[in-house]
Design a protein around this ligand. Structure first.
Ligand SMILES: NC(=O)c1ccc[n+]([C@@H]2O[C@H](COP(=O)([O-])OP(=O)(O)OC[C@H]3O[C@@H](n4cnc5c(N)ncnc54)[C@H](OP(=O)(O)O)[C@@H]3O)[C@@H](O)[C@H]2O)c1
Length: 207
């Protein structure tokens, strides 16, 4: 497994995955002074590559990784402070284009702050909600299972067509955390209401 970028997100995800026993290599611009590797060709032998770099450089970085058809690349970036290229519907569509034919792109780990990524599960046992979106069902399941093992409440989303909404969801987390005053310590968790046996909600059906 390769994590590209050694900032807030890359370090936290690598810490989590290593604690689970995964062999994780960090790909960096300036490899050499530690056990990290360079970006060029970093993903040639990797089953999973996680992108944790600024959105403004992600297309260039992806093109250099040596991703082969069948590889799984997880896009944790958010296109904030950067205009999307003309015609791009979302940040992840830029990754799909750069990754090339046959590479399975999964959008995940982008909707909450990096401080929740090394050890996501809360002391009370609640798990942060984590959407995992991809066109390829096998790649999506692989990353969802990984996220579950890491301590998230993974929700599989079939298809990347609406993945721009997941990038907006990161803004929504920020809205609640900053403008809403909850702070970066806040995570969103999901609870299911038990099915009603009678009354208006059971009669209303899906809306
Ligand atoms: N921070 C959050 O809470 C958060 C949450 C969800 C998603 N995200 C997204 O995740 C991504 C990373 O965020 P972050 O907070 O981890 O950023 P960060 O702390 O600034 O780290 C980004 C890393 O990317 C690498 N990098 C920077 N410029 C590069 C370049 N020109 N070429 C190749 N690599 C470069 C650097 O690693 P090296 O020095 O090792 O090369 C740097 O440490 C962003 O797209 C962000 O929107 C952030």
């Amino acid at each position: 497994m390769v994590v590209v970028g050694s900032g807030n997100v890359g370090t936290a995800l690598a810490t989590n995955l290593r604690a689970l026993g995964h062999q994780v290599r960090i790909a960096r611009r300036s490899a050499g002074d530690d056990d990290s590797i360079g970006i060029d060709g970093a993903s040639v032998d990797a089953d999973v590559t996680i992108l944790a770099v600024p959105f403004g450089v992600v297309a260039d970085v992806v093109a250099r990784l040596g991703l082969a058809p069948g590889a799984v690349v997880v896009d944790a970036t958010n296109p904030f402070g950067q205009p999307l290229p003309e015609g791009a519907a979302s940040g992840v569509s830029v990754v799909v284009q750069a990754a090339g034919h046959g590479v399975h792109v999964v959008k995940a780990f982008n909707v909450l702050g990096a401080e929740h990524m090394a050890a996501p599960t809360l002391p009370d046992g609640h798990r942060p909600l984590l959407p995992v979106a991809a066109d390829d069902a096998t790649a999506r399941r692989l990353v969802a299972d990984l996220a579950t093992a890491m301590g998230f409440d993974a929700v599989e989303i079939d298809g990347l067509a609406d993945a721009g909404l997941l990038e907006e969801a990161a803004r929504y987390w920020g809205l609640l955390a900053f403008r809403g005053g909850r702070g970066r310590d806040m995570v969103l968790v999901a609870h299911q209401r038990p099915p009603a046996t009678d009354g208006p909600s059971s009669a209303a059906g899906e809306r």
